[in-house]
Design a protein around this ligand. Structure first.
Ligand SMILES: [Zn+2]
Length: 347
């Protein structure tokens, strides 16, 4: 079992910077939870995989232990999905997600592949009382990664079925141009308009981790009432401030991307790009490891909370709006979908 890595200096950050700002309830809308049963028998945690820090898996129990250490005074709610990897068994992952969710404090989504029939997706979702699904570009086959488009990730038959049930979809948008990519821009709006009962959460603020990728590119989806943003792994206060000023605040959901967020590091903008400066030698995307320990890091999680705090101050969010972003926006959305599809609560 992994050790909860919270230092005295992390505790000081909580006390000095976060304690007075955070509301009493936090809903993390973007968490990856899975145990061994979710993975194919051949699954091995590779040497620099981030899951190495957590013993190769990240279960609900581990997540709650971490949340308690990092947020000692807050009531923690979450929405989880499995690990989007070739090593994942999507049916087993959905079954695990169903077992750990109560549709009150813990909600969950299924992972889907575009190869899955709509019937298979709906069976996976409904059988496990899940509130929707998460699409990820890893599962698209037969196309170069940089050429994958949103419509390749979410086939029409799956979307139609999701729309009939008013499900929630979390989407990690593809393409190197990210939020600013013109094909993404067109398809994000098309998706929202074509399937108006589906709620679509654009993860990581459309992966706009640096400011020039965000400015001017939220307007299309801001005009779609069923489009949402989650803030997972965005600690850039400029991007967050831009989102608070240019996207309806009742459709912005706090998300962390735990357990990635529980590593030590910070995402930094460099020359209209970004890199993850890593305090620990794990590989995530465009990461640069501080091997000589030039600086002392805290977790991405605390850097995200710091970024939201600064952005909320600059954009002038009210206390009620801060509580909505951290809790009520997600809680209301997921609760409504669970109630509509499965009745009041799970036994
Ligand atoms: Zn994620």
């Amino acid at each position: 079992m992994s050790i909860i890595d919270v230092s005295d200096s992390d505790r000081q950050i909580y006390e000095r910077e976060l304690q007075g700002f955070l509301p009493p309830k936090i809903f993390d809308a973007h968490v990856h939870l899975f145990d061994r049963s979710c993975m194919n028998p051949t699954y091995q945690c590779l040497p620099r995989s981030i899951f190495g820090k957590f013993g190769g898996v990240f279960t609900l129990e581990q997540c709650l232990d971490w949340a308690k250490a990092l947020l000692p005074e807050q009531e923690f709610h979450l929405n989880s999905f499995g690990m989007p990897s070739y090593d994942a068994d999507l049916n087993a992952s959905a079954a695990y997600s169903g077992r750990i969710s109560d549709n009150r404090r813990c909600f969950a989504m299924s992972l889907v592949s575009p190869r899955d029939t709509a019937e298979a997706v709906i069976r996976r979702v409904e059988h496990n009382h899940l509130i929707g699904y998460k699409a990820y570009l890893n599962f698209v086959e037969g196309k170069k990664p940089r050429e994958i488009a949103i419509h390749d990730m979410l086939p029409a038959a799956q979307m139609q079925a999701a729309d009939e049930r008013g499900l929630v979809i979390t989407l990690h948008i593809p393409r190197p141009g990210r939020l600013a990519d013109p094909v993404n821009q067109a398809q994000m709006v098309e998706l929202c308009r074509r399937y108006p009962r589906t709620r679509i959460i654009f993860a990581h603020i459309g992966r706009a981790y640096y400011l020039s990728n965000a400015i001017g590119f939220l307007d299309g989806i801001a005009a779609c009432p069923n489009a949402y943003l989650d803030t997972a792994m965005v600690n850039h206060e400029g991007v967050l401030e831009y989102a608070f000023r240019n996207f309806p605040r009742d459709r912005i959901l706090f998300g962390s991307d735990a357990p990635v967020a529980f590593l030590r590091g910070k995402s930094v903008e460099v020359n209209n790009q970004y890199a993850y400066l890593m305090g620990e030698d794990y590989a995530i995307g465009t990461s640069i490891y501080d091997a000589s320990h030039a600086v002392t890091f805290t977790t991405f999680f605390y850097e995200q909370l710091r970024g939201i705090k600064l952005a909320a101050e600059r954009a002038g969010l009210s206390r009620a709006e801060i509580e909505n972003v951290f809790f009520h926006n997600a809680s209301r959305l997921f609760q409504a979908v669970a109630t509509r599809n499965y009745g009041n609560r799970k036994e």
